[in-house]
Design a protein around this ligand. Structure first.
Ligand code: FHN
Length: 615
C-alpha cells in the first residue's frame, strides 16, 4: 500500500487547509517541489462533490458497437475504429451523419441533478480525435462538430450542456484524449488511418503537442471547464515531459481547473512520485482500502451491466444496467474511502441517455435527498478495512466533535449497531431519516447504538453518531481478529490486508476474498495471542472445477502450510479444508495467504479462516 511518507511537509500543510480530515495532493513531487498554493482551493468542490456523471458520446455512438462488415460481431463501442479496423476514411463518414435530434441538454442535466450528482464530465474528444464541438483547431483537419448536420444547424451540445449544468449548480467538466487515432501528427500512427497516410504528414510529437495544447486551450476559453479529464496517456510516444508541459500550459491559462492524473504517465490507480495532475483515477475498480487517509481520488464506473462506456446496441437492447444496490454501494464505498464516484452513461446517437438508467439514477438521488448529509462534504470513514454491515463516513463539527455516519445495508438481527474500535466518547446519535434520537454507549472498546424497531427491513439507512473530539484514525481502531472464549480465532476476509488485486467481496455470510488472478496476490491477518499455543488451521474456500489442484500457502514466521484446493462447484460455494498445525508464539502474529501454483484463472476464493487451539 502506498503510504503518506513521501508527501512533502508543504503538501501536507496545504492539505490541512481543506479541513481537519484533509484531502492531499495526488501528485507529490518530492521535498524540493514548489508548494502549489492553489491546490486546496481548486480541489474543495471536488472533494465535497462525491458524485458525478461521466458521459461517453461521439461518432462511435452511431454504429453502437456493430461491426461494419459483420453485424454478428457486435461487441464494440467507443473504441470502434480501433477494434474493427475500419479505414479512417470510412469512419469519417459518420461525421456527416451525426445529428442527435433528440438531444436535450436540460433533460441530461436534470437527470444528473435528480441523481444527486454535483458534476458532469463529457467526452469533448475521445480517442478517435473527433472534436465534439465546433473547433477551429480541429476544423483544419475537417474533424469537428462543424462538419456534422448538427453543427451545421448551429447546435453546440457542449455549450448547451454547460449552460444547463451551471443553471443547476453542477460543475461542467470535459474529457480529452491524448492518444489520437486520427491526427496525422500523433506518434503511434494506426495502419487503418488511410487519411493520415494520404496527407503526407509525418508523425511528430512536438507538433502533436502544439496541436493538443491548442485544442485544450480552445476548450478552456470556450467552456471554462471546472475539470479536465485526460485519458489515453499510456502509449510510449506520450512522455512525462509532454505531460508536464501540457499541465503547465493549462495552469497558466486557468489555475482553477482541476486535472486528473492521466495527464502524466504511470499507473493511474497508484500513488507515484512522478505522477502529475490533482487526483487518482482507478477505473471500474474501487481500491479495497482507498489510497490512505486524505488522498483524493475518483473511481469511474459504468452503469452498463456489461461495462460499456459508449453505447452498445446489444447492451442497450437488453436494457442492461447494474443492480441498484451495486450502484448505491459504489457511492457508499467510495465515500467511505474518501473518493468520488464518476458514474458513466453512454447516450445513443440520437442523443438520449438510456431511459432504463433513469429510474436507477433517480433512486440514488432520492436516497441522497434524505441522507446526503452522510455523503456530500464528508471525508473517509473510520475504517480502513470495511465492515460487512455497511460503510462509514465522517465530518468534523464546529464544536470540535466528529460526526460518524454509519450507512447500514440493513438492520442487524440483534438491533444493535456496533462501531467496533471507536474509542471516542459518544455524545449523541440519531437516524438521518427523520432524526429520531438513539441511545449510544461506549461498550467493549467501541460504540454501541440501539436501533429502533422501525429500521427492521429498511435498506441503506444512516445512523449519525457524534463522538467527542477527533477520531484518531484507522490505526487506533483495533479491528484485528481476537480469540473467543474457547481461544478460537476467526480470521474474517474483511480483517485481511490485501495486496496485488485480491479483493474483499460480498458481505455477511457471503463475505470472501476473490479476484485472486495475480500470483502475487496476498492476504495478511494480524492478531495477538496471549500465550504460545499450537493451532489447527481451518480454511473455508470455494473454487471452480478448473482450479482443482491449485496450491495456496499459509505463512507465519518461518512456518509454511501448503493447502491443495479442491473444487467446490463455485467460487462462492465454500467448503472447509484442514491446512495443518501452526505453532504460534505469544504476542503479535501475522498469517499470510499466498499462491504457490494455480490451475485455471485463480486458485480459489477465501472465506473465513479459523485457528483452533490444539489441546
Ligand atoms: O480507453 C478509454 C475508454 O474508452 C474509456 O474512455 C475509459 C474511461 O475511463 N478510459 C480509457 C481506458 O482506460
Amino acid at each position: 500500500m502506498p503510504t503518506l511518507r513521501r508527501f512533502s511537509i508543504t503538501a501536507l500543510l496545504l492539505m490541512s487547509q481543506l479541513g481537519s480530515v484533509p484531502i492531499c495532493h495526488a501528485a507529490p513531487r518530492g521535498e524540493e517541489a514548489a508548494p502549489d498554493h492553489t491546490y486546496p482551493e481548486r480541489m474543495r468542490w471536488f472533494a465535497d462533490a462525491k458524485s458525478g456523471m461521466f458521459i461517453h458520446w461521439g461518432l462511435y455512438s452511431i454504429p453502437a458497437g456493430v461491426h461494419w462488415k459483420n453485424p454478428a460481431d457486435n461487441g464494440h463501442a467507443e473504441w470502434y475504429v480501433e477494434t474493427t479496423k475500419m479505414p479512417m476514411s470510412e469512419y469519417e463518414k459518420f461525421a456527416d451523419r451525426f445529428n442527435p435530434v433528440k438531444f436535450n441538454a436540460e433533460q441530461w442535466a436534470q437527470i444528473a441533478q435528480d441523481a444527486g450528482m454535483k458534476y458532469l464530465c463529457i467526452t469533448s474528444m475521445h480517442h478517435d480525435g473527433f472534436a465534439m464541438f465546433p473547433s477551429k483547431v480541429s476544423d483544419r483537419d475537417n474533424w469537428s462538430l462543424s462538419r456534422t448536420p448538427f453543427g451545421k444547424a448551429g447546435r453546440d451540445p457542449l455549450m448547451e450542456l454547460k449552460k444547463a449544468c451551471e443553471k443547476r449548480g453542477l460543475k461542467f467538466c470535459l474529457y480529452h484524449t491524448i492518444m489520437d487515432w486520427h491526427s496525422p501528427l500523433y506518434g503511434a500512427r494506426r495502419g487503418y488511418n488511410d487519411v493520415a497516410a494520404k496527407s503526407g504528414i509525418q508523425p511528430d510529437m512536438n507538433k502533436f503537442q502544439e496541436y493538443l495544447e491548442a485544442s485544450v486551450l480552445e476548450e478552456i476559453e470556450r467552456y471554462h471547464p471546472a475539470m479536465l479529464w485526460f485519458d489515453g496517456n499510456w502509449e510510449g510516444c506520450w512522455t512525462l515531459e509532454n505531460g508536464k508541459h501540457l499541465e503547465a500550459t493549462i495552469r497558466k491559462a486557468d489555475p482553477a481547473v482541476v486535472i486528473n492524473n492521466r495527464i502524466g504517465k504511470g499507473n493511474h490507480a497508484k500513488l507515484d512520485k512522478n505522477m502529475l495532475g490533482d487526483y487518482l483515477t482507478p477505473e471500474q475498480h474501487i481500491p479495497a482500502q482507498g489510497f490512505g487517509k486524505g488522498v483524493a481520488f475518483e473511481a469511474c464506473m459504468t452503469m452498463s451491466g456489461r461495462n460499456y462506456w459508449g453505447v452498445n446496441k446489444a447492451d442497450f437492447d437488453a436494457k442492461s444496467v447494474k443492480p441498484q444496490q451495486t450502484l448505491m454501494t459504489f457511492l457508499f464505498d467510495l465515500s467511505a474511502k474518501g473518493g468520488n464516484m464518476l458514474l458513466n452513461v453512454g447516450p445513443t446517437a440520437e442523443g438520449e441517455i438510456p431511459d432504463f438508467y433513469v429510474p436507477h439514477l433517480k433512486e440514488m438521488g432520492d436516497w441522497l435527498k434524505v441522507n446526503g448529509e452522510a455523503i456530500y462534504g464528508s471525508r473517509a470513514g473510520i475504517y480502513s478495512r470495511q465492515p460487512a454491515w455497511g460503510r462509514t463516513t465522517t465530518k468534523r463539527l464546529n464544536n470540535g466533535n466528529t460526526r460518524v455516519y454509519a450507512i447500514l445495508f440493513e438492520a442487524s438481527k440483534d438491533g444493535v449497531l456496533n462501531l467496533e474500535g471507536l474509542t471516542n466518547t459518544p455524545v449523541k446519535a440519531m437516524l438521518l431519516d427523520g432524526g429520531a434520537p438513539l441511545s449510544a454507549q461506549a461498550k467493549d472498546g467501541g460504540v454501541s447504538v440501539t436501533l429502533p424497531a422501525a429500521v427492521a427491513g429498511k435498506k441503506n439507512f444512516v445512523v449519525a453518531v457524534d463522538v467527542a473530539g477527533e477520531v484518531v484514525g484507522e490505526a487506533a481502531l483495533d479491528l484485528n481478529p481476537k480469540a473467543d472464549k474457547d481461544g478460537v480465532f476467526a480470521l474474517y476476509p474483511r480483517q485481511a490486508a490485501t495486496e496485488n488485486g485480491l479483493a474483499l467481496q460480498g458481505d455477511g455470510d457471503g463475505e470472501n476474498l476473490g479476484c485472486w488472478t495475480s500470483k502475487a496476490g496476498t492476504a495478511t491477518w494480524t492478531f495477538k495471542t496471549a500465550a504460545a499455543q499450537a493451532y489447527r488451521l481451518e480454511v473455508a474456500c470455494g473454487a471452480e472445477q478448473a482450479s482443482d489442484g491449485s496450491v495456496i500457502e499459509f505463512v507465519s514466521g518461518d512456518q509454511v502450510l501448503p493447502l491443495t484446493i479442491k473444487a467446490t462447484g463455485g467460487w462462492e460455494k465454500m467448503a472447509t479444508l484442514q491446512a495443518g498445525t501452526l505453532k504460534l508464539p505469544a504476542g503479535e502474529n501475522k498469517l499470510v495467504a499466498r499462491v504457490k501454483s494455480v490451475n485455471g484463472i485463480a486458485p480459489c476464493n477465501l472465506g473465513t479462516l479459523r485457528l483452533v487451539p490444539v489441546k
